[in-house]
Design a protein around this ligand. Structure first.
Ligand code: AOS
Ligand code: ZN
Ligand code: ZN
Ligand code: ZN
Length: 388
């Protein structure tokens, strides 16, 4: 049998961050289906993230969203996370869920609204100082529904000014990740619609401003692995929001719609050195489990990222380079297809066993009785806040 110790060692170092909002009730604009056993506050969301980590061993941090996870004492929340076995990861500001933001937040034509949005982002950096978080994940709903509604150029100038003020406030070990999305909730023009816009702002800001790639935020057919390879090479790939999509920002479980695309993304990560801690790529999930139970869905999602990564690690890089250098089109493609076609589940089961985990995290979770326990304990769980 082939020795997979290098692959397993690399897999141990890959950490996948869960989003606190994925544990809350969520839905579509048509209906939020309430589930039982849903966390009632930020503390219980962190408990659920810790449960996902307990069964997978590779999800040691949880992203929070302010104000959905607002608490009186963030040091206490961080302590709670530590006791539960996880840390608080990225802090996500929310400048889209307030009446004041009808015409945008940092790009709003009204300076008072821009100030309010900026203050919220700065408050999130204060929270990062307390929680020890490295990343501020900025996603803006800003944009226009109609041509002529506002000046596209002026809005870019306002954005530039606000982002510079936030960047200025960051500590030396903190980063700003700027997420892009081509539409929704704005349907004519979005102020950060694509990776190029995000990249240009990041370049102007400085090296601790990096692009966040949410896999669901592209037009159908977009070659996401190209974007990943480009940004990684330029050292501007801050991280991912993983999810999968059949149509738009569906926020389904990563790897559910197109595991081959996820594999191709992870191939670029592996070949480009993106798994090394020094690359600083944050592997985060951003999902909404509208109809499926949350904790098992997140366990499955973490496993799906791991499977794609394991397959990417199995790519014979030497054979690939040789085929590429020879202009052997079919040979080079076959190297990728061979790796993708490998069943990595036995390898992952072995790895989990070595890590002292159950080789089948989903079955282990089902057997654990944890779902029944939280269903009995928690009454009146809250909604995530909004779709993600
Ligand atoms: C919105 O579409 C984005 O994906 C955001 O990253 C995110 O889901 C939301 O801000 C919750 O943090
Ligand atoms: Zn996202
Ligand atoms: Zn999404
Ligand atoms: Zn999204």
């Amino acid at each position: 049998m082939t020795d997979h110790s290098a692959v397993k060692a690399a897999l141990r170092t890959q950490h996948i961050e869960t989003p606190s909002w994925a544990f809350g009730n969520s839905g579509t604009r048509f209906k939020v289906f309430a589930q039982e056993g849903i966390p009632r506050d930020a503390y219980e969301k962190i408990d659920d993230a810790a449960t996902v980590h307990r069964f997978t061993g590779v999800a040691p941090s949880v992203a929070v969203h302010i104000p959905w996870d607002r608490v009186d004492d963030y040091a206490d929340l961080a302590r709670h996370a530590k006791e539960a076995g996880v840390t608080i990861g990225a802090v996500n500001p929310n400048v889209f869920q307030d009446d004041d933001y009808r015409l945008g937040s940092l790009c709003n034509p009204d300076p008072a609204v821009r100030r309010k949005a900026l203050d919220h982002l700065l408050e999130c950096v204060d929270i990062m100082d307390v929680t020890g978080s490295r990343d501020l994940s900025v996603w803006l709903a800003d944009g226009l529904n109609y041509p002529g509604q506002d000046s596209i150029a002026d809005r870019q100038a306002r954005l530039e000014e606000a982002l510079a003020a936030v960047y200025e406030r960051l500590g030396e070990r903190q980063r700003m990740l700027l997420e892009y999305k081509f539409f929704e909730p704005a349907f004519y023009a979005t102020d950060v619609p694509d990776w190029g816009t995000s990249y240009a702002h990041c370049i102007e800001l400085g090296e601790r401003a990096q692009v966040l790639v949410d896999t669901g935020h592209h037009a159908p057919g977009t070659n996401i692995e190209f974007i990943v390879a480009f940004l990684l090479r330029k050292r501007r790939l801050g991280g991912f929001h993983f999810n999968s999509r059949f149509y738009a920002d569906d926020d389904l479980m990563v790897g559910a719609a197109d595991p081959y695309q996820l594999f191709r993304i992870m191939v670029e990560i592996v070949l480009g050195g993106g798994l090394d801690a020094s690359a600083g790529v944050a592997f985060m999930l951003d999902q909404c489990h509208n109809i499926e139970p949350k904790i098992p869905a997140l366990i499955r999602s973490v496993m799906n990222v791991q499977e794609a990564t394991a397959k990417a690690l199995l790519v014979d890089a030497g054979a690939l380079r040789a085929a590429q250098a020879d202009g052997d089109v079919l040979g080079a493609n076959a190297v990728l297809v061979d790796a993708f076609s490998t069943d990595v589940r036995p390898l992952l089961a072995e790895l989990r066993d070595e890590m002292g985990l159950d080789p089948d995290p989903i079955a282990a979770y089902r057997r654990s009785g944890h779902a029944e326990k939280i269903r009995a304990e928690r009454v009146g769980g809250s909604a995530a806040g909004w779709g993600a």
